[in-house]
Structures are given as structure tokens and as C-alpha cells.
Design a protein around this ligand. Structure first.
Ligand SMILES: Cc1cc2nc3c(=O)[nH]c(=O)nc-3n(C[C@H](O)[C@H](O)[C@H](O)COP(=O)(O)OP(=O)(O)OC[C@H]3O[C@@H](n4cnc5c(N)ncnc54)[C@H](O)[C@@H]3O)c2cc1C
Length: 486
């Protein structure tokens, strides 16, 4: 008898990964996507896994929580990470991509799979059977209503601001210098606009006095702490941007001087024709953005491909509604994947889609499968969704604050190595217990070679802290579970 298909709604980061993981393990999938017939306010086309804002999937350092999560996903043959490596552009220690090459790769791979059927329509009612809802932060209104009906008013909304993109040809390159923070990557992966004190203070004044877009009456301007608009952040204090996205540390100008503040520009594509302003998500009016940002050194004639904007971010109160395998407690055949669960970011969204596929495969095979251990990055994500306090629940990027605490007292600079080694060990064990042995060599190689801890025990591994130089505001860690609980 034919196996019933899993219906996945939304072919973004989470839905595409989930579909691919199910199909490669023999489970048929119907993947529903409303674009290009019906667009969201942020997507531009009809490709799967379109990146709507930054082109970065965050740090690729194997000891950084985001780097660790990538390696765990690669252990299971992640489509999204594979496509990202295929489409990578130089970005210091980060994995950033040419967004078109990336989306083309994901689209071609999914569409070529014989067990995946695409359904190009907006889903307005939940299909029968096993369903994975991966409609993202810009879930269509009809599906939002369905969810409201299912969950009641525990459903939350908030708003993100996105960063401007500038045309490289319009910049005065003589005012900028190429360098990565602390010389990471190729050493010159970013363009940097340096400010002296006087110029910084003038820029700060303009930034904080410029007009913002008024929120609609139904909107509450509650921002994700890790993705504050630059003008909101600036309002917290004159030096706050200098300790955030404008921090000058690790960057020396070609004349040997240390700038007072810096704005970093990250390349958007392999051709280096466009750059984004790292950490400069904004909800200033567009005319105001042009006026203010053209006072950045080298920007006097800047032409912007896209201005900073604000957009809805839809997510549920996961601690109330989800179990550790991303099932709705009230309707276990319905699983939620991606940003709508309250994981934050491209990487994390794809990771949740991957985890759901593995759980579903096991369930279909009649196996009882424990969720990923809390010491792994994959487990830490669902831990955040299920063990955070419902009242204070906030979306989170992967970060070590979400992991189970390490035993004993470990010096701060050694913690990341210990987290990574423990994660490796726990993942390996989990894969052995639950029949993923075939994939183990990849897991061991990917994780071990880079943590330097193949068969090592936790106590043997103590790599030093390596700061992720490319960290932007949107990439900083939100409060840990412990902090939230407090
Ligand atoms: C404006 C904005 C900027 C962002 N910037 C960043 C960033 O810089 N870095 C980062 O890591 N993350 C960013 N995010 C978060 C980002 O959206 C997620 O990281 C990621 O795209 C979420 O993946 P997803 O699969 O959950 O959703 P998506 O990738 O958005 O995929 C959801 C898909 O579902 C489709 N869909 C929606 N409703 C229906 C329906 N009823 N029927 C059929 N299809 C439907 C949509 O068309 C879409 O293709 C941003 C989000 C927004 C809104």
C-alpha cells in the first residue's frame, strides 16, 4: 500500500529542509507554497528558501553555537547547509551566501526529488493526516486565522526591522577600507566606514532625531532584543552603537589609526555589486534613511537597492502549545516548524524542519524516539521552545545559553569547547541508539575534526574562546533560559 504523504505548508527554510529529509528517507511529501501566486510582504520571488534579509547564516566557527548547529545538521545531510556551502561568499568567520545561487540550489534539489510533489497554492485549511506547518514569520492571514482557531489567543505578533542594501558603484571607496575584524577569514571580507569622534556624534544626532514610521494602531512595537532597529538601539545611549554594530575593535585603518566607530558593509553577492549595512536594520522613514545614511563616510552619493523596513513576525507561544518533537499538544498530528515556533533565524528554522523529519520518520516506522538530548544544539532549540517560561517567551537564535548547563565550574574561555565536545558525544550516542548509525561517520568526522575531540571526553577538550568577529546585532545572543527564568 502506498504510504500517505506528509503535507508541509510553506517551502521556506524549514519546509524545504523538512521535505528533503523526509523524501530522502522514503516518505512522500506534498509541499505547499503560495508564492509566487500570492506574495508575502518581504519575499520577492517564487524560489524556495528565499532569504528575505541578511545573506548570512551566522558563524561557521565549530565552537560557536551556530557553527555547532551547522555541523549537527550536516551530520544528517542537511539540504540548507549543503546549499549554503555551495553558494558561499567570503564573510570572515560567517557562512554567508549569494542568495540567488542558494535559493536556486534548494529549489532544484527539492523539485528534482521524485517523492516530493509541489502544490503551488495558499493553504487556507489544514490538510488531513500528518501536517507540518512551516509558514514562517509572514504566515498568510488565512492560515493565521486557522492557527488562532486551534490555539486561541496565546498567539503572539511582533515586528522586525531589516537592514538597507547599498549599490557598491555609488560608494566613494577612497573613504572606506577593506578588513575583517581581527583579520579573520581572508582578512578583508568587509568594507568599513570609519568615523572620528566628531563625525560619530553628528551621525548619532541625526540618527536619533530622524523620523520613524509610525506603527499601525494594531501593532505593538515590541522588538526582538537581538534585532533592534539601529535608531532604537541608539536611543539607549550615545555610546550604545559603539558597543554594538558600530564597534571599532579589531579594525585598524590603513594609516594605522584606530577609528572611533565603524560601520561594516558585508557583500551581498559574489559579484560584490551590493553590500548590506551590518546591524543597521531600521524603521526610519525611507527618505530619512537616505538623508541620514548618506552622511556615513563614503556614502555621500549612495544609491540604495533596498531600505530598512519593518515587518510582521508571527510566532506562537511554544511553551504552552508545543512538545519537544514540535507537535501541537492539542493536535499531535500537526507539527510546527521554523520561525513560527519561536526559533529565530534561517539556520534555526531549517534545523527545526530537519528535526521534525527525523521524528516523523521514526514515528512512521513505529519506533519510539527520544528527542535530541539537551546538550546538543538540536536539542537546545526545542528545549528553549518547551522549557522557557510561557509568560516571558521570546524567540531565540541558537546560543549556549539555551543548552543544558555544563557540570561543575569551568572557566569562561573554555566553556565553548566543553559545550561542543559534549554535544558531539551526546549526538553520537543518540544516533547509535536510534538507528542512524549509517550517518554516523559523517557526524563524527564533521563534528570531531573541528572540535578536535573525536573520541575525547569533555574534560580533555578545552579549546580557547574565539570571538566571532562578524557578529552583528541581529546575531547576538538573546537572554538565556536562566536569565528569562529569573
Ligand atoms: C523582514 C524579515 C527579515 C528577516 N531577517 C532575517 C535575517 O536577517 N536573518 C535571519 O536569520 N532571519 C531573518 N528573518 C527571519 C526569517 O524569516 C527566518 O529566519 C526564516 O526565513 C524563517 O524560515 P521559515 O521557514 O520559518 O519561514 P519562511 O522562510 O518565511 O518560509 C515560509 C513560507 O511559507 C509560505 N506561506 C506562508 N503562508 C502560507 C500559506 N497559507 N500557504 C502556503 N504557503 C504559505 C511563504 O510564502 C514562505 O515561502 C527575517 C524575517 C523577516 C520577516
Amino acid at each position: 500500500m502506498d504510504k500517505p504523504a506528509v503535507h508541509i505548508v510553506g517551502a521556506g527554510l524549514a519546509g524545504s529542509e523538512c521535505a528533503y529529509q523526509l523524501a530522502r528517507r522514503g516518505i512522500p511529501v506534498v509541499l505547499h507554497e503560495m508564492r509566487p501566486k500570492k506574495m508575502t510582504p518581504a519575499h520577492k520571488g517564487g524560489q524556495l528558501a528565499e532569504l528575505v534579509c541578511s545573506n548570512s547564516l551566522r558563524s561557521d566557527d565549530p565552537l560557536h553555537a551556530a557553527g555547532l548547529l551547522k555541523r549537527e545538521m550536516e551530520a544528517f545531510g542537511s539540504l540548507i547547509i549543503g546549499a549554503a556551502r555551495h553558494a558561499a561568499v567570503p564573510a570572515g568567520g560567517a557562512l554567508a551566501v549569494d542568495r540567488d545561487i542558494f535559493a536556486d540550489k534548494v529549489t532544484a534539489t527539492v523539485r528534482a526529488h521524485p517523492l516530493i510533489t509541489m502544490a503551488w497554492d495558499e493553504v487556507t485549511e489544514l490538510p488531513e493526516g500528518d501536517v507540518v506547518l512551516a509558514t514562517g514569520p509572514l504566515t498568510s492571514d488565512a492560515m493565521s486565522k486557522v492557527l488562532l482557531g486551534l490555539l486561541g489567543d496565546e498567539y503572539l505578533y511582533f515586528y522586525d526591522a531589516i537592514a538597507p542594501i547599498v549599490d557598491a558603484e555609488s560608494l566613494d571607496m577612497s573613504a572606506l577600507f577593506a578588513a575583517s575584524r581581527y583579520g579573520k577569514g581572508d582578512g578583508d571580507d568587509y568594507l568599513n566606514a570609519p568615523f572620528d569622534k566628531e563625525r560619530y556624534l553628528a551621525f548619532y544626532k541625526l540618527l536619533t532625531e530622524a523620523e520613524v514610521v509610525e506603527p499601525h494602531a494594531f501593532e505593538t512595537t515590541q522588538f526582538f532584543e537581538g534585532c533592534l532597529p539601529i535608531e532604537e538601539l541608539a536611543r539607549r545611549g550615545v555610546d550604545t552603537p559603539r558597543f554594538g554594530p558600530m564597534k571599532p575593535v579589531g579594525l585598524t585603518a590603513p594609516d594605522g589609526s584606530q577609528p572611533y566607530a565603524v560601520i561594516q558593509l558585508r557583500q551581498e553577492n559574489l559579484a560584490k555589486s551590493h553590500y548590506n549595512l551590518v546591524g543597521f536594520q531600521s524603521r526610519l522613514k525611507w527618505g530619512e534613511q537616505k538623508r541620514v545614511f548618506r552622511t556615513i563616510p563614503g556614502f555621500q552619493n549612495a544609491e540604495f537597492e533596498r531600505m530598512g523596513q519593518i515587518h510582521r513576525n508571527t510566532f506562537i507561544n511554544a511553551p504552552t502549545h508545543l512538545d519537544k518533537q514540535y507537535r501541537l499538544k492539542s493536535h499531535p498530528q500537526i507539527r510546527l516548524a521554523g520561525q513560527i515556533t519561536g526559533v529565530e533565524g534561517y539556520l534555526e528554522s531549517a534545523a527545526s524542519g530537519l528535526a521534525i523529519a527525523l521524528y516523523l520518520v521514526a514515528e512512521r516506522a513505529g519506533k519510539s524516539l527520544e528527542p535530541f538530548p539537551n546538550g546538543t544544539a538540536l536539542g537546545a532549540l526545542s528545549r528553549h521552545l518547551t522549557e522557557s517560561k510561557a509568560k516571558h517567551f521570546q524567540p531565540a537564535n541558537i546560543n549556549y545559553g539555551l543548552f543544558e548547563d555544563l557540570p561543575g565550574r569551568i572557566r569562561k574561555r573554555e566553556r565553548r569547547g566543553h559545550y561542543a565536545a559534549r554535544a558531539h558525544q551526546q549526538l553520537r550516542q543518540w544516533m547509535q541508539i536510534y538507528g542512524f548509525e549509517d550517518e554516523l561517520p559523517a557526524a563524527s568526522a564533521a563534528t570531531a575534526s573541528e572540535t578536535g575531540s573525536s573520541e575525547t571526553t569533555v574534560s580533555e577538550t578545552a579549546p580557547s574562546e574565539t570571538a566571532a568577529s562578524e557578529t552583528t546585532l541581529s546575531e547576538t545572543s538573546p537572554p538565556s533560559l536562566a536569565e528569562q527564568a529569573g
